[in-house]
Design a protein around this ligand. Structure first.
Ligand code: NDP
Length: 386
């Protein structure tokens, strides 16, 4: 029987919800491009309910306990003596979400001799030391596509919020003001701007598709070029590297995984090549941008705005400089954890567990590491240090 250790974010401060704003979720047939939605044999939760917090338990308890497995759920994940550290010692499976990542460092993996499977209930497995997972034969899987569109919607929202300077205008309303001039002195139209994405995978391409009707000039860079018909349909300009693309753009959105190739990509040097007053949106991973270089660029005016929902570490400390830097539109890490996304990644997590517990193969597109090597999506989109 397996022990499954699940690290989830805390319940709302006023308690687990007794009711919801809407009665249900739209039913989707499949993801754009044709990949099927998660296909567990059954689910024991109500789609649209809060599943990603401790009391939601990703809807897994009944399924696991009926089969004799042990499920431990905690939000206590950091520091020596955390519940995560204590429970890890004999865990077979760790489930964690990027929003509240249980950092599976090389040291922790070394202290978890039973660990065979690390599931990301979401997308982005950089909180797992992939080299260590490979060395110890730990399979790493994530629910590919589950929240890609959720993030793409958040990116579009953040681009418009920054360019139009929405948040300060809203604040004037909350403060009882009617300050038109204050509200518009940094407000522009997106129309006609050059917008580029670093990576045109599931999220990046969805962002490009959603921005096309705004009559902007679209740019992208990626390790693999998109099909010519997609480039033509969206009027895309391809650039071989982020450094080639950045100087051409008024808005850059980062949609690549964090791995050795992308770590610290947006440093002082690269940001200095961008147009003065460009906007940078990063919902991918915080460490793709140099934390202090972003602050410096906002303070000097080199960047007109920065927004995103990814921080390092998570949760971000109260004195993290991105909380107080000028002209930012940061949220906590929420873009991929809408109630809609939660239903998909809870179902996908169950699908992965069903397969693994039955000794069946996990869908190739969910795999990041398997059989001591990058595999599936991991082999295509990630790199290792060695
Ligand atoms: P995909 O795997 O579909 O796309 C990732 C893309 O990044 C691929 O096209 C890949 O290229 C490309 N890429 C990798 N390295 C580079 C590089 N050095 N330069 C340019 N492109 C590169 O993933 P998603 O689009 O679904 O997600 C992307 C990332 O977004 C995730 O890894 C995660 O970090 C983040 N994310 C954030 C969420 C949030 O809540 N904020 C939620 C979900 C994801 P190729 O495959 O062509 O080699």
């Amino acid at each position: 029987m397996a022990k499954i250790l699940c690290v989830l974010y805390d319940d709302p401060v006023d308690g687990y919800p007794a009711s919801y704003a809407r009665d249900g979720l739209p039913v989707l047939d499949r993801y754009p491009g044709g990949q099927s939605l998660p296909t567990p044999e059954a689910i024991d939760f109500t789609p649209g309910h809060l599943l990603g917090s401790v009391s939601g338990e990703l809807g897994l308890r009944r399924f696991l306990e009926e089969r004799g497995h042990t499920l431990v759920v905690t939000s206590d994940k950091d520091g020596d003596g955390s519940a995560f550290d204590r429970e890890l010692a004999d865990a077979d499976v760790v489930i964690s979400q990027p929003f509240w990542p249980a950092y599976l460092t090389a040291e922790r993996i070394a202290r978890a001799p039973q660990l065979k499977l690390a599931i990301t209930a979401g997308i982005g497995s950089d909180h797992v030391d992939l080299d260590a997972a490979i060395a110890h034969g730990v399979t790493v899987a994530e629910v590919t596509y589950c929240n890609s569109i959720s993030v793409a919607e958040h990116v579009v929202m953040m681009i418009l919020s920054l360019v139009r300077d929405y948040l300060p205008a809203h604040q004037w309303v909350l403060d009882g003001g009617w300050n038109i001039a204050d509200s518009v002195r940094r407000s522009y139209d997106l129309e006609g701007m050059h917008v580029g994405t670093v990576a045109a995978g599931r999220i990046g391409l969805a962002v490009l598709r959603r921005l096309k009707p705004f009559d902007v000039h679209l740019h992208y860079t990626d390790r693999h070029r998109l099909p010519a018909e997609v480039e033509q349909e969206l009027g895309l300009t391809f650039h071989p590297t982020a450094a080639d693309m950045a100087p051409h753009c008024d808005v850059v959105t980062i949609n690549a995984p964090l791995h050795p190739e992308t770590e610290n990509l947006f440093d002082d040097e690269l940001i200095a090549t961008m147009k003065r007053g460009a906007y940078l949106i990063n919902t991918a991973r915080a460490r793709i941008a140099d934390r202090d270089a972003v602050v410096r660029a906002l303070e000097s005016g080199q960047l007109a705005g920065y927004a995103g929902d990814v921080w390092f570490p998570q949760p971000a400390p109260a004195d993290h400089p991105w909380r107080t830097m000028p002209h930012h539109g940061m949220t906590p890490h929420i873009s991929g954890s809408s109630l809609s996304a939660q239903a998909r990644y809870a179902a996908g997590t169950r699908e992965i567990l069903e397969a693994w517990l039955a000794g069946k193969p996990i869908r190739d597109e969910y795999l990041i590491v398997h059989d001591k090597a990058l595999a599936g999506t991991g082999a295509r989109s990630y790199s290792t240090r060695s």
